[in-house]
Design a protein around this ligand. Structure first.
Ligand code: FES
Length: 198
């Protein structure tokens, strides 16, 4: 008696450079890992690449990096949360970082944060409900002579006041194709944790 067996399943052959996850962004991380020969010292560079590729460091990414570098996940998590330039939550379309270091703090940085929170209905460390603006704080941005300092989408803004900051952010969101601040405040809601997570 002959036994019929079903033909082997044909799967699409995977291109040599395709990551097993199917997500090409992992290739960027893999390239950095290879460039540094998987050395554990390269952790910060690898995390940078991961954040650039994905926008933020999710749990899955931290696990992946820890596995690839053969580091304890707690170590990788500790580094990712120590440096303020890493974020573990998805970011908004626009990003505002207010320095709360001593030099900035004594020049009304806390008032700037409070004004932004009230105007855009967003907590420090969070993102507006519509995903348009993320607000975070940092300890010192290294420009104390320009205090108080904030960084709006990568641009350093020196000697700000609560009033000038609100005007700048409103203008920035509008010229960047966004809705007005009033609309943001009306439609928005606190979108994140109450404290910064640096
Ligand atoms: S304290 Fe703000 S730049 Fe140094």
């Amino acid at each position: 008696m002959s036994v019929k067996t079903s033909p082997p399943l044909r799967t699409r052959p995977r291109p040599a450079d395709e990551h097993p996850s199917g997500d090409p962004r992992f290739n960027l991380i893999d390239r950095t890992l290879k460039r540094f020969s998987f050395q554990q010292d390269a952790l910060i560079e690898v995390l940078h690449t991961a954040q650039e590729a994905f926008g933020y460091l999710s749990d899955d990414l931290l696990i992946y990096v820890a596995h690839q570098l053969k580091l304890p996940l707690s170590w990788v998590y500790g580094v990712a949360t120590f440096y303020h330039f890493f974020t573990l939550t998805p970011q908004g379309q626009h990003n505002c970082i207010v320095c709360m270091g001593t030099a900035c703090y004594v020049k009304r940085a806390a008032e700037i944060v409070a004004a932004l929170q009230q105007e855009f209905q967003v907590a420090a460390g969070g993102t507006t409900a519509d995903g348009r603006l993320s607000l975070s704080t940092a300890r010192c941005l290294g420009s104390c002579g320009l205090a108080p300092v904030l960084v709006l989408d990568g641009e350093v803004l020196p000697r700000e006041t609560p009033e000038s900051t609100l005007e700048r952010v409103r203008q920035h969101l509008m010229t960047a194709g966004g809705r007005s601040a009033a609309q943001l405040a009306k439609n928005g809601g606190a979108g994140g944790a109450p404290d910064d997570e640096e």
